[in-house]
Design a protein around this ligand. Structure first.
Ligand code: ADP
Ligand code: MG
Length: 238
């Protein structure tokens, strides 16, 4: 597990200021959900934490270490995207194993970790199948499996369920909550879906136009929204 801290993060794309100044602490082991309307900067912030995007200014700390300039692969994080590109010609087992193979993890260790991920994600019976033979929810679990085997301290999710239908989204929400419990990891989860935020989070971060409107537990935001925006987006009418 690891705490994630952002200190005075800013991000400009050319003349466009997408993040004016964000400081945020994501507690060790929390399920923190970044929520806000499309275009408010959620993915940009997540990419800055992962190292896929450099901030224009500010610091990223993971587990007490300054990783602002560290490579994504050296940050102890793993990212699950909405468009989970599985390798179609590989089996489920090979897909989950792929990153470990690249990292030259010893074979016996790889086998054990893939088996463990398959058990956690209820994919044991599908290990020999190709992605084309799986449902959307199963494919999403394979994508998560690829993260689990790398044993990251921090999981980053960018709208991982938005390609799934409503029923499956509900089911995957339950599975993600269970996953968080069983892995005991820090999770940062981006969504534009208030219901997802309310049900999954122990801490919600409400974003609007590249700024943080409010941080708090779901019921706190619901009962005591700090701004009109939070009230309209999540809370009861102010
Ligand atoms: P969200 O994930 O909340 O929908 P994003 O972080 O993707 O929002 O985008 C925030 C803003 O930054 C948007 O206005 C978007 O157009 C802009 N943006 C994101 N990435 C880039 C980029 N690489 N170049 C220029 N503008 C970008
Ligand atoms: Mg986004």
């Amino acid at each position: 597990m690891a705490e994630v801290r952002l200190k005075n993060i800013t991000k400009q794309f050319g003349p466009l200021t997408v993040i004016p100044d964000i400081s945020l602490t994501v507690p060790d082991g929390s399920f923190t959900v970044l929520v806000g309307p499309s275009g408010c900067g959620k993915s940009t912030l997540l990419r800055i934490i992962s190292g896929l995007t450099m901030p224009s200014d500010g610091e990223v700390m993971i587990g007490g270490e300054d990783v602002t300039f560290a490579e994504p692969s050296d940050r102890g994080i793993s990212m699950v995207f909405q468009s989970y590109a599985l390798y179609p010609h590989m089996t489920v087992a090979q897909n989950i194993d792929f990153g470990l193979r690249l990292a030259k993890t010893p074979a016996a260790e790889r086998e054990a970790r893939v088996a463990e991920a398959a058990r956690i994600l209820a994919l044991e019976d599908y290990l020999d199948r190709k992605p084309g033979q799986l449902s959307g929810g199963q494919r999403q679990r394979v994508a998560i499996g690829r993260s689990i085997v790398r044993q990251p301290k921090v999981f980053l999710f960018d709208e991982p369920l938005s390609n799934l239908d409503a029923a499956l989204r509900g089911q995957m929400r339950v599975e993600l909550a269970q996953l968080h419990q069983s892995l005991d990891a820090t999770m940062i989860y981006v969504t534009h879906d208030q219901v997802e935020a309310m049900t999954l989070a122990d801490q919600i971060v409400v974003m609007n136009r590249g700024q943080i409107e409010q941080v708090g537990a779901p019921m706190e935001l619901y009962d005591r929204p700090a701004t009109e925006f939070v009230a309209a987006f999540i809370g009861s009418p102010k």
